[in-house]
Design a protein around this ligand. Structure first.
Ligand SMILES: C[S@@+](CC[C@H](N)C(=O)[O-])C[C@H]1O[C@@H](n2cnc3c(N)ncnc32)[C@H](O)[C@@H]1O
Length: 233
C-alpha cells in the first residue's frame, strides 16, 4: 500500500480523518531525549500505564510452554519479564543504558544483547525461536529498520513459531484524545491499522488481529497481531 510521504498515511486516506504526523524528527528527538535515561523511561511507562495493557494482551492471547525460546526485539529495560512465565529469554536493544538496567534487574532470567536486527550475535542467538516479540517498538523505527526486524523474525522462528506484534495505530474509531497523543508520540512512525496489517501479512501468511482501545492514560488505539506461517523468501 503506498504511503503518504510525510505522514505514513495511505494516499487514499483523507487527512481530516487521521490527521498527520508532522512533528519534525529533530524536535521529536530533542523533546523525548530525556527518555533515553532508563529510570525516567521506567517512571513514565509506569505513570501512563504503558506496560499494563501489553501484559494483559500477552497473558490473555499468547500461551507459552516452560521451555519456549522467546526473542524480545527492542526489549528496553526488560519489562516483558514482569509478565512472561519462566522461558528461555533473549532480549536485544540498541540502547546500552536500557540493556545495562535490564541485565541488572533480570540477568538471572535471560540474556540481553546490545544491538539491533543486523547484529551478528543477535542473528545467531535468535535462531530457533518459538515466539518473537515486538512490543511497542516498530513505530519508533524507520521503514527499513522495521523490515529488518520483520525479516529476522521470519527467518529465526521455528516451524509453528509466532510473531507477536503490539503497536499503536491510527484507525477509523480512535478516541480523539488518543489521536492527538499518537500524533505527538515519541515514535514518529505510527501507521494505520490497514498499513500495519498489510506489512505484517507480507511476512506471515496467517495473521490474527486484536484492536484495543482506548488504552493507557492517553487513550491510544493499539493493534495487536499474531503472525504465523512465515512466508518463504
Ligand atoms: C517504547 S520502547 C519499548 C520497550 C519494550 N519492548 C517494552 O515493551 O517496554 C522502544 C524500544 O525500541 C528500542 N529500539 C530503537 N531502535 C531499535 C532497533 N533498530 N531495533 C530494536 N530496538 C530498537 C528502543 O531502544 C526502546 O528500548
Amino acid at each position: 500500500m503506498p504511503l503518504n510521504s510525510d505522514s505514513n498515511l495511505p494516499e487514499d486516506y483523507p487527512e481530516g480523518i487521521y490527521g498527520s504526523n508532522k512533528m519534525a524528527t529533530f524536535s521529536r528527538d530533542a523533546v523525548y531525549a530525556p527518555l533515553q535515561l532508563p529510570r525516567l523511561y521506567n517512571l513514565v511507562q509506569k505513570l501512563v500505564g504503558g506496560g499494563r495493557d501489553r501484559a494483559a494482551f500477552v497473558r490473555t492471547h499468547v500461551v507459552f510452554r516452560p521451555d519456549d525460546k522467546i526473542v524480545d526485539a527492542g526489549c528496553g529495560t526488560g519489562g516483558a519479564l514482569e509478565f512472561l512465565p519462566p522461558v528461555k529469554y533473549l532480549g536485544f536493544d540498541p540502547n546500552a543504558h536500557y540493556v545495562r538496567v535490564a541485565r541488572s534487574r533480570y540477568g538471572s532470567r535471560g540474556e540481553f544483547l546490545c544491538g539491533d536486527a543486523n547484529s551478528p550475535r543477535v542473528r545467531e542467538l535468535a535462531q530457533g525461536a518459538d515466539a518473537f516479540l515486538s512490543l511497542g517498538v516498530l513505530h519508533h523505527l524507520t521503514d527499513q529498520q522495521i523490515r529488518e526486524i520483520l525479516s529476522l523474525a521470519q527467518t529465526c522462528l521455528r516451524p509453528g513459531g509466532r510473531f507477536i506484534f503490539y503497536e499503536p495505530c491510527f484507525s477509523a474509531n480512535d478516541h480523539w484524545v488518543g489521536r492527538i497523543f499518537m500524533r505527538l508520540d515519541r515514535g514518529g512512525n505510527i501507521k494505520t491499522d490497514q498499513a500495519w496489517r498489510a506489512l505484517i501479512s507480507e511476512y506471515f501468511a496467517t495473521v490474527e488481529e486484536y484492536i484495543r482501545r482506548p488504552v493507557y492514560l492517553f487513550r491510544y488505539t493499539i493493534q495487536a497481531l499474531i503472525g504465523r506461517d512465515p512466508r518463504l523468501r
